[in-house]
Design a protein around this ligand. Structure first.
Ligand SMILES: *[C@@H]1O[C@H](CO)[C@@H](O)[C@H](O)[C@H]1NC(C)=O
Ligand SMILES: *[C@@H]1O[C@H](CO)[C@@H](O)[C@H](O)[C@H]1NC(C)=O
Ligand SMILES: *[C@@H]1O[C@H](CO)[C@@H](O)[C@H](O)[C@H]1NC(C)=O
Ligand SMILES: *[C@@H]1O[C@H](CO)[C@@H](O)[C@H](O)[C@H]1NC(C)=O
Ligand SMILES: *[C@@H]1O[C@H](CO)[C@@H](O)[C@H](O)[C@H]1NC(C)=O
Ligand SMILES: *[C@@H]1O[C@H](CO)[C@@H](O)[C@H](O)[C@H]1NC(C)=O
Ligand SMILES: *[C@@H]1O[C@H](CO)[C@@H](O)[C@H](O)[C@H]1NC(C)=O
Length: 648
């Protein structure tokens, strides 16, 4: 009796779980790739990272440059060379003269690949200031000052930069500029410009944390703008107000600061506006900006994909168009302003210069009223909302398709060290797959997508892993499996799911109706007959591949049953085998109109004279001893399983 009650409760609980799984199906990755399903290459770093910042920079074929603490590495993942790590500088030579009992007092704070060269721009910050130089990417090379960098080097040298701050480096005919933010520093917090002209922030702000910086290139130089994305901690907040406010700030890149001798070196064009990610209807919103990724179209910054959290640990991705941002800066009223707005309007980059008087007027105006009244709303609602996955980084890849436009793939890292590959479609995000390059609970510190190679480089504090993103063969052997995957990298090539000569693909809908009918081997249930003892208890196990599919067990006599849904398999309980339960058991998966048989087998009662099927078929038993019968069934006891062979 008691056993029966416990069982009923357990089953009710399992059905409840199944319902939850159903509700959040759209939030689950369709497939989960284990480290065995993915081509991974790993390279261990050669020192223990002190602070939690690593910067990865793409460097040609299968190579990445890594900056961590004071170390710089070049990692080569090309198997021909044998994966290698070349330390480009050692702490000893750079830290000479420092106290020997202390760790090297140096951090690499800026790192950019120089266009078209084998060099990086590298800045190192010590206790006394920052030095920037050109660094050739070979182990014996030296850090050399260059003519084009001399203005950056001389304007930056007294500042101490922090690690993990975004920066933008622009090169144009010998006038190189470095824009970099400071979220916490003994100097002023904000956006800095170093180079032939120097501009720096003035007004102290509310504890901002800068998360992304991007340049917008206009049709002429005077229209070039720099956008900074950051969150500010709310200090004044009452109980109802959010802990954070997300912002975008704009400066004109040609801004050279105030007039000579008066507020020189201070931005005259700096404005900011709040961002809004959420549903206006349900009043749900996300206020903690976490990371941003930039999308360029025709070589120009066009959209920003922003990752948010809310106070309940829910993650969301919102898309902001540069048009919408720029419209707010051009048309909104200024927060708290009662005066007439100076003309030309502050923030209008085309009319940046003017008389010293004009400049001064504009400067004092933007210092008093830097914030816009209007907020920047995201395009539509959130692209993706996830209650179950806490995302930490966002990267993107615009994949050209056969019709001269693009599919956007997002890569989102999770707190647990996993990565989700998400397709942006018109109405939402479709989570194609989950990758697991690391063991559980590994913190991902940085990642970059190498678009041309279709590889992702992901770093923890001890290693960098290269993930091959085109595992098309892993989606399945059939055309339908391939199309349902909706992976822009993959399509059906008449025989396989592959990354080349794609004949059939439907990334938008996963419509597989044009697939040829399957001509591979069929399943014969008679081949898989298992005889089990009377009254014995078993689970029939059906492996789950697509978590977006509906799995059903078909029992003898046309009955069907919901499965005890778990992450990796759909189990059916045979609670006491008897003659009435003899027959064919079949598990099917249905997804967007495509039904396939996953496993099938015939179950018989073992009788005198009949031999049990050899254990090689994967037969396991539960409750063979009397002690076993007294154990209440709980999820922990689903150990002994009778597996009917999978038919792929
Ligand atoms: C890099 O250099 C190439 C030619 O050397 C040029 O076409 C390209 O626009 C440059 N890219 C940037 C970002 O400056
Ligand atoms: C290097 O970075 C770490 C962590 O951000 C910081 O604690 C340390 O003070 C920095 N060292 C120098 C010399 O700036
Ligand atoms: C990019 O160029 C294509 C064709 O030249 C055009 O159709 C499209 O609107 C452009 N996109 C943007 C954002 O300017
Ligand atoms: C986009 O993806 C969402 C979530 O998977 C799905 O519900 C929706 O039908 C898709 N829209 C289109 C047009 O494919
Ligand atoms: C399809 O892809 C497979 C695996 O990449 C390859 O072996 C096969 O030759 C391709 N078939 C065609 C017709 O391109
Ligand atoms: C799939 O494509 C076929 C033919 O191309 C079309 O008839 C059918 O309506 C499509 N199905 C869906 C669900 O869009
Ligand atoms: C099971 O269903 C099939 C087809 O749906 C039908 O032909 C058959 O008579 C049914 N059998 C029983 C026992 O209901």
């Amino acid at each position: 009796m008691l056993l029966h009650m416990r069982m009923t409760l357990t089953i009710a609980f399992v059905l409840f779980l199944a319902k939850l799984v159903e509700t959040h199906r759209a939030e689950s990755p369709r497939l989960a790739f284990t480290d065995k399903d993915t081509r991974l290459r790993r390279i261990a770093l050669q020192h223990v990272i002190q602070n939690n910042h690593i910067r990865l920079v793409e460097d040609g074929k299968e190579r990445v440059i890594v900056a961590a603490d004071q170390y710089l590495y070049s990692l080569d993942f090309d198997k021909e060379h044998g994966t290698t790590v070349a330390p480009l500088q050692s702490s000893r030579s750079r830290c000479e003269g420092g106290p020997t009992d202390k760790p090297c007092a140096l951090n690499i704070t800026v790192l950019h690949k120089r266009n078209g060269t084998n060099q990086v721009l590298m800045c190192e910050t010590s206790e006394t200031g920052t030095t920037c130089c050109n660094r050739e990417l070979s182990p014996s090379a030296e850090c050399s000052p260059s003519n084009s960098l001399k203005d950056i080097a001389s304007t930056i040298k007294e500042y101490r930069l922090s690690t993990g701050e975004p920066s933008v480096f622009t090169e144009s005919s010998g006038r190189d500029y470095l824009y970099v933010t400071q979220s916490s520093t003994e100097n002023s917090i904000g956006i800095y410009k170093f180079g032939p002209k120097q501009v720096r922030p003035t007004a102290p702000e509310n504890e901002p944390k800068y998360l992304g910086l991007a340049a917008f290139t206009g049709t002429n130089k005077m229209e070039d703008k720099l956008y900074a994305f950051f969150k500010e901690r709310n200090t004044a907040g009452g109980l109802e107000s959010d802990m954070w406010t997300p912002f975008v700030a704009q400066v004109c890149m040609e801004d050279e600061g105030g007039p000579k001798n008066k507020l020189q070196y201070q931005w005259t064009s700096l404005l900011k506006a709040r961002l809004f990610c959420g549903d206006k209807a349900s009043r749900r919103h996300f206020s903690e900006l976490v990371d941003v990724a930039f999308h360029h179209e025709n070589g120009t910054l066009s959209r920003v994909y922003a990752l948010f959290h809310n106070e309940w640990g829910v993650s969301a991705v919102c898309i902001f168009s540069i048009d919408a941002i720029s419209k707010v800066f051009q048309t909104s009223s200024f927060k708290g302003n009662k005066e007439t707005v100076p003309s030309p309007r502050p923030g209008a980059c085309e009319q940046l210069r003017g008389s010293a008087d004009d400049l001064l007027k504009r400067l004092s105006f933007v210092q008093n009223h830097p914030e816009m009244d209007d907020r920047v709303f995201s395009m539509n609602g959130p692209l993706l909302v996830s209650h179950h996955h806490k995302y930490t980084h966002i990267r993107l890849h615009a994949v050209p398709n056969q019709r001269s436009d693009r599919h956007i793939l997002l890569y989102l890292s999770l707190e647990s060290g996993k990565i989700h590959k998400v397709l942006e479609n018109k109405t939402g995000g479709f989570i194609i797959a989950e990758y697991r390059p690391f063991g559980d609970k590994t913190h991902i510190l940085d990642m970059i997508v190498h678009s041309a190679e279709r590889k992702l480089y992901v770093s923890s504090s001890v290693e960098v892993v290269q993930v091959d993103l085109q595992s098309c063969d892993k989606y399945g052997q059939r055309c339908e499996d391939c199309l349902l995957a909706r992976d822009p990298y993959c399509g059906w090539n008449t025989t396989h799911c592959a990354d080349k000569s794609l004949i059939l693909q439907d990334v938008e809908k996963g419509n597989h109706s044009n697939c040829p009918s399957w001509t591979g081997h069929k399943v014969y249930e008679q081949d898989k007959t298992h005889a089990v003892p009377l009254q014995s208890r078993h689970f029939l196990r059906c492996p789950i591949t697509s978590r977006h599919a509906e799995y059903t067990w078909h029992l003898p006599g046309n009955a069907t049953t919901a499965c005890l849904t778990k992450e990796h398999q759909c189990d059916l309980l045979i609670d006491g085998m008897g003659p009435e339960k003899e027959g064919v058991y079949k598990c099917t998966a249905e997804e967007l109109g495509y039904t396939r048989t996953v496993v099938v087998g015939r179950l018989l009662v073992e009788r005198k004279g009949t031999q049990a099927v050899p254990a090689s078929a994967g037969l396991g038993r539960y409750g063979g001893s009397s002690a076993g019968w007294l154990v209440a069934i709980s999820l922990l006891h689903l150990a002994a399983i009778f597996v009917v062979q999978s038919t792929a």
